[in-house]
Ligand binder design. Sequence first.
Ligand code: NAD
Length: 514
Amino acid sequence: MAIEQDASRTEQEERKVLVARNATTGEMIGELPVADEEAVLAAVTRARAAQLAWATLSFQQRGVYLQRFRDIMLDRADAIARIISREVGKPQIESMMSEIIAGADFINYYVKHAEKMLADEPIPLHLLKHRKSYLHYVPLGVIGIISPWNFPFILALSEVITALIVGNTVVLKPSELTPLSGQIIIDMFARAGLPQDVVQIVHGDGKTGAALVKSGVDKICFTGGGATARHIMRAAADTLTPIVFELGGKDPMIVCADADVERAAQAAVWGSFLNCGQVCASVERVYVHREIAEPFIARVVELTKKLRVGNATGNADVDVGSLVHERQVQIIERQVNDAVEKGAHVAAGGKRPEKLVGPFYEPTVLTHVSHAMAAMREETFGPLLPIMVVEDDEEAIRLANDSVFGLDAYVFSTDSAHADRVARRIEAGTVMINDVIASYMAPETPWGGIKQSGIGRVHGGALGLKEFCQVRHVMGERVRLPLKRELWWYPYHQSQVPLFKGIFKLLFGRGKKK
Ligand code: NAD
């Protein structure tokens, strides 16, 4: 836990501060004030006051602020990537690729399309033909965004963008492990001249997050683990605050007998060890068909052993950095030990690297695994790639679906029709064919899980925008009938019964004498 008392201050001045650290070296890199419950409430009150004026701006006017933010972000890309990399321990190229470029693209996409996507939607009526109905969308108000540490910039920014463009204001609570990556978002919005209090930040650990949940915000958008989600759902029940949850996964990859072995092996290694495996959509388990298992496993092991592991927060050429925290290393150690005790073979890695100091673990490949092992059932969120050999598609699909999670899944086959048939039977929010993780980069497509991987969707074009809107329905008149009252209004009379029976017959063909 990174919250510490600031000893350099006198007792009256003493306040709780959040210390930001380099994940790999532990070096202190910043200090931020912790928001207590009172400070969170004050931020939400200010956000509510700012929301009316923000919502009255046009989409185009709001978009101008987002575009200014984008330009500032791109000018400062190096500095931002450095901060993210130091807080998470990941290579800067990963921060550039998956956090900054994605952020710029999401802004371009939503600024261009949001207004059209939220245009009024007519609803064709099949029965009440004299009426007309339509939906219209209005911002919810104040959105509380609670974000994790693994992609600390984009997983905060992308939700901020979608909430703002539709006219909401935002209070953001970044992870206590990566507060600077959240703070730079707020600083850049200030530079972009965003009106005061439209986006605010509250720093702290779970207590600050819990205060935000019960603060009376109009929706909580939470990305994080299932245990925290359960706390949030219970707390949100008191105020009936709506939630959208983006949670963990145990994403399966199915390598069919007709897969391109080289591409599948490359994808498995990158998909499993990107960001040191700390990706909700990581390849967390592989099911490979017996026919190609041998060359596939050999190539995965070969590629894994070539990965350069080291301190990625400096300038060295490194493929895989450290984990974010010692506790992540302990989860992997526990899962590897459990698997080995139950008969798994370590084909690569399997321990902390000898020469590295910090929360490191070698990229690890396990074979001879089974669903009796935690490594195949619990989210690892680390550099662990267990591979299981299967006899056919049926077995692979059954095992892939044998999970409480359902975020992403991956199918490798050179026959598109075959791949589609397998993909459609997998219980997951997204299934990618012959690729891994990258669907996140397409804001047109929905991001979110089924089962214990989440509730609701972000991105997905209009779908993600509508998560931050109230949907309202208006039913009006297409044709005004010259009636002073409807047939079913008062007063009721027995003589109406045959009339209604006649209507049933006309509409549903029921009640006819045979
Ligand atoms: P976490 O649940 O520990 O923390 C997430 C956030 O919740 C942090 O900001 C934390 O301070 C806050 N929090 C903690 N307790 C809280 C409470 N009682 N009330 C309100 N807020 C509280 O998760 P993490 O360790 O930061 O992230 C890792 C998890 O996130 C993994 O399970 C991963 O799969 C998941 N994740 C999911 C997605 C997705 O898009 N589905 C993306 C990234 C990460």
